[in-house]
Design a protein around this ligand. Structure first.
Ligand SMILES: *Cc1c(COP(=O)(O)O)cnc(C)c1O
Length: 367
């Protein structure tokens, strides 16, 4: 299929998601000859000075964006996605007989729980199941987890489109958060977290890599039976290069982090996220019931907006016409159906405007 050049496309896919166009163009320019070295990042030793500089710059930018000091938090770049972290977290932060605490707010927290159960006993201290995953379990209602080695939750549920508006204050218990679909989207009081992690393919770069920010004292709290390749401590000490890291993914993450800084940092990312999502929510709310979103208003995600048509028979037409307009990948996740617009950092506000306009026109035509 040839691409019609005059239609600008906007990619609303949930992940692997769009990267900033500027980052893609820079990667394209540098692909064959990285900054005069005569070789590509794809072909470069991870031990070379050139690659080390890329790697260290990425970590420094991440530290700068979250305002975390090297004394307090360690950064690890790991192979594999968030799913591997579902296992690495209980391996590293708990002992064999511990009962680890989790909050169930939707699809990805359930995946985290079920993988943790392969290693440990899990107590689920709150669940959104009672409200059919249309709201997050209020933090003040989470059951007591004070004897757990950590409490795990998912601040943004990518599939249900739920987002916590607050950060839990867990006292002495380390808070662990799967930030795969919301990392870099707002400033965070990082000191309230013991560990945050994110698969890269939503807001950071391509798939196949995860970023972990972990409080320094937790790096040492580990089960000695953990194989070294999975130990945060060993990975940290080896500069996340125990073996060959996914170098090209790391390079793209470095370009993206630098882009976020140039755009104005996390405050600006949050401002844009609110602007984009407000455009889509108002197209839904202003449609007189033509579109619907079942999520409670206080738990609406800024990043992923699942929605449906009152007449589900129109979905195919909607998707077809949207695609023709350059509005791509709006299909809902197969687990929940319907439609979904993912609006990560790389989505221009213009793209959300285009989608909102299209939704309103479509509703006028078929409503
Ligand atoms: C996408 C996603 C995952 C899964 O990431 P993988 O890299 O495929 O393992 C986990 N958690 C959340 C919140 C996600 O959005």
């Amino acid at each position: 299929m040839g691409r019609v050049e005059s239609v600008k496309t906007y990619n609303f896919g949930a992940g692997p998601a769009m990267l900033p166009r500027e980052v893609m163009r820079q990667a394209q320019r540098e692909l064959l000859d990285y900054r005069g070295t005569g070789i590509s990042v794809l072909e470069m030793s991870h031990r070379s000075d050139t690659f080390r500089e890329i790697a260290h710059q990425a970590m420094a930018d991440l530290r700068q964006l979250y305002a975390v000091s090297e004394a307090d938090y360690a950064i690890v770049f790991a192979q594999g996605g968030a799913t591997q972290q579902f296992v690495q977290v209980p391996m590293n932060l708990s002992r064999r007989n511990d009962v680890v605490a989790y909050v169930d707010s939707g699809h990805w927290s359930q995946r985290a729980i079920s993988l943790a159960r392969e290693l440990r006993s899990v107590t689920v201290v709150a669940s959104a199941s009672s409200c059919e995953y249309h709201d997050v379990p209020a933090i003040e209602d989470w059951r007591d987890y004070s004897s757990a080695p950590y409490i795990h939750y998912t601040p943004n549920e990518t599939i249900q489109g739920l987002e916590f508006q607050q950060v839990p204050d867990a006292g002495a218990v380390p808070v662990v958060a799967d930030m795969s679909s919301c990392i870099l989207s707002q400033p965070l009081p990082l000191s309230r977290f013991g560990l945050i992690y994110a698969g890269a393919q939503k807001n950071l770069g391509p798939s196949g890599m995860a970023v972990i920010i972990i409080r320094r004292d937790l790096v040492d709290r580990l089960d000695p039976s953990v194989p070294s390749i999975f130990r945060y401590k060993d990975q940290f000490v080896a500069d996340s290069m125990l073996n060959t890291p996914p170098t090209f993914a790391w390079y793209l993450v470095a370009l993206t982090l630098s882009w976020v800084r140039r755009q104005g940092g996390l405050k600006e990312m949050d401002r844009r996220a609110k602007e984009r999502s407000a455009l889509i929510y108002s197209a839904i709310d202003g449609s007189g019931g033509f579109y619907g979103n079942r999520v409670s208003k206080r738990a609406r995600s800024r990043m992923n907006i699942p929605f449906h048509l009152a007449d589900s028979g129109l979905e195919k037409t909607f998707l077809q016409m949207a695609t023709e307009r350059g509005l791509k990948q709006l299909e809902g996740h197969r687990a929940v159906g319907g439609l979904r617009a993912s609006l990560y950092n790389a989505m221009e506000v213009e793209g959300a405007k285009e989608l909102a306009n299209f939704m309103t026109e479509f509703a006028q035509r078929y409503g």
